[in-house]
Design a protein around this ligand. Structure first.
Ligand SMILES: [Zn+2]
Length: 322
């Protein structure tokens, strides 16, 4: 099936072993079968909530849009600095470690880990994006060290203790039940394995910047008649998401059973500049990038993140368990 994860695949629902039966995977314990969809094994649970189905379609259908957006993001000093920061936390694992990413999207962070010599299992619920991730990883020569399968972060189809490391980037806030997902990740990590969370939104913007931004967008549309419908580009889960305060994230880690973790502030001014230039680009339908400003802001943000009260209010969080 997929050399990297053949022997650790399990039924997403009952966690029983799955066996190859003709063209399907079969779980004898609960009599479930799993098919291949467009070349990807579909190990999603038989039932999914409407919200998850809507997320799957949203991200799958907009694969090209997100590819385009990624191309405009990847040169951003803010993006690069905070992605390198959580990738470096994973790079403490010995070479050849097996790493899981849930909600991998287009797989750009995974590619960095493959290049660093790790074995990687990428999962997502959106087949369009996952296929794109697989294409890119194969094109870069990592067919043998990577596997890609459709899976739900709250019902992982892997045996307990399978992975040396796991990570999730800007995805936890899309999930209806983030705690269930963290518990699943802890289950599939071996004892002493590392979990890394990348660029999860903090909660304060939901009471401040985002409502203001919505009013501003509405005004611009109303009086200038300009700008694409950004609501169309925001997924249902993103509309519902509230981000995580430091206490909320700590509470989730603790309840999920992790014993130690570090929360790291990920961006203040650099994140704001990145966010505003992205929004402005959509509004005027022209790419606005303020990379030199972001570059100046990153060291300032690093300093701000070390101040007692201010450290609670970064734009995003990175986190690692230890
Ligand atoms: Zn089963």
């Amino acid at each position: 099936m997929m050399a990297v994860c053949d022997d650790i695949l399990r039924c997403p629902t009952c966690k029983g072993p799955v066996e190859r039966k003709g063209s399907v995977l079969y779980c004898a314990a609960c009599n479930a079968t799993f098919q291949r969809q467009g070349g990807l094994w579909d190990l999603l649970p038989p039932e999914s909530s409407n919200l998850k189905l809507s997320e799957r379609d949203h991200y799958s259908e907009r694969t090209n849009y997100y590819l385009y957006m990624h191309n405009t993001w990847c040169g951003s000093p803010f993006y690069r600095h905070y992605h390198d920061s959580f990738l470096d936390d994973l790079r403490r694992l010995p070479p050849d470690s097996l790493i899981l990413e849930t909600g991998c999207g287009l797989g750009h962070d995974g590619l960095e880990l493959l290049r660093s010599g790790y074995r990687l299992v990428e999962t997502d619920i959106a087949p369009g994006q996952l296929r794109e991730a697989r294409r890119m990883h194969r094109e870069c020569g990592f067919s043998a060290s990577s596997a890609h399968l459709l899976a739900d972060a709250e019902n992982l189809p892997f045996a307990t203790g399978s992975f040396d490391g796991a990570f999730m980037v800007a995805s936890l806030h899309h999930l209806p039940d983030p705690l269930a997902s963290l518990k699943e990740i802890r289950r599939v990590l071996r004892p002493g394995g590392v979990f890394v969370l990348g660029t999860e939104p903090n909660s304060w913007q939901n009471y401040t910047i985002y409502p203001l931004g919505k009013i501003l967008l509405w005004l611009v549309k109303r009086f200038a008649g300009k700008g694409i419908d950004t609501a169309e580009m925001v997924s249902e889960a993103d509309k519902l998401a509230e981000g995580f305060s430091r206490n909320q994230l700590s509470g989730l880690f603790e309840t999920a059973g992790f014993s130690r973790w570090i929360l790291k502030p990920a961006g203040y001014f650099s994140a704001a500049i990145f966010f505003l230039s992205t929004e402005l680009s959509q509004l005027i339908e022209h790419d606005v990038r303020l990379f030199p400003l972001e570059r100046l802001a990153v060291p300032l943000d690093e300093a701000l993140g070390r101040l007692p009260l201010i450290s609670r209010y970064p734009w995003h969080w990175n986190a690692m368990t230890c």
